[in-house]
Design a binder for this molecule. Sequence first.
Ligand SMILES: Cc1ncc(COP(=O)(O)O)c(C=O)c1O
Length: 450
Amino acid sequence: MKHKESVKMWKRALEVFPGGVNSPVRAFRSVGGDPVVIASAKGAYLTDTDDNTYLDFVNSWGPLILGHGNKKVVKALKEQSELGTSYGAVSVQEIRLGEFILKHVPHIERIRFVNSGTEAVMTALRLARGITGRYLIVKFDGCYHGHSDGMLVNAGSGLLTASGDISVASSPGIPAETAKTTLTVPLDDEQSFQKIFELYGDKIAAVIIEPLPANAGLLKQRDEFLKLVRDVTIRHGALLILDEVISGFRLGISGFAGKYGVTPDIVTYGKVIGGGLPVGAVGASREIMNHLAPAGPVYQAGTLSGNPLAMAAGLATLNAMLEKNGYDKLSDLAKYLGKEFSKLIPSALEGKGYDMTLVQEDSLFWFSFHETGAYEPVRRVDRIWNKSALIYRHLFKALLNDGVYLAPSAYEVGFLSVAMETRDIDLFLQKLAAAIRKSPTLQEMETPEA
Ligand SMILES: Cc1ncc(COP(=O)(O)O)c(C=O)c1O
């Protein structure tokens, strides 16, 4: 595979953007090597500037549930651009998408559109604080909620002892005072969660969680844990924010909450509801949402919020998913992937010194690496095997050179799209098996000079 043009373009990118990118993980830092530069995409495939094609499991990090350039979405965008690209006024497009979402998600009665998942979370947090009059937010290690100040924090040493720093910023530029307003606890840990409420319960405005954590592997939570989170928040008068930016409208039309019956106070969306254009949203009961300006005093605004192009792409995407039984197709494809993985991959792993389990939830998947024969479901980020990044880096590179585009990080999930067929899955698994076979053993990876 030649990358002459990509190399040239990447050099140009490095002269324009910090680290060459407009979002860090695109820079391939955790897998090494230079990114390929994408020129176009269609269906299940990306094409780079050298005309190489790649079967795409990133799908723009989740929004493209129908794959690239879906006909209905393109048509909706063309039609809408003739009607205007932004009005800065109430529009029929935003009403249509809003009504669609309210119709399909029983636990929300009002919605506000914003421009990204980060913005949706910021709005949800302000709303929770504005309603409760409390200032602390509880977040879980390994969950990602965008890059707003209060969401980029790690647990500090004094977290569970009420002494020392409560939380520390995980990026320079975040005031220590802001970091301290977020309490961070491990996932899957009832005791720590209850302890935090014993210590700070009357100050906690909200708990925010990805109900299906998908930003540090795919850390499927136990039902009992999620139920405890729900019960404890109710008991202490804190609001529960389910961050469904990834899972919303991907695990079915009513997201994780609809599929598993965990009812949030506030829900955040993004990705799929914009059909590939920038969108986020906050939804809740009428009572909660009526605290937002101008209905209530909690301020939030946006020049391009409810942008008609994004609304049109989102509505076309969701309609197409329903009309074409998209969710059933994705579930079937996911089952096929699981079945074929277990047929093809174990033999390729023989003698490699590591094992690999495919973790799935509908159209999301993640490779969980572990010692041979020692698989335990991973539910928290500190339980991810520390060899994972090293192994993934080898497989990622081999697959990229063979025309498969996986996320450039061992901690990111893969996304199936409706544009994929079983033959794409077959191709992927053949290439994955070949990549494993031709990659070094774990021992060789760890001692490359030997
Ligand atoms: C669960 C979750 N919340 C929030 C965000 C932030 O969304 P955005 O990147 O659109 O700001 C992301 C992004 O990946 C996410 O996965």
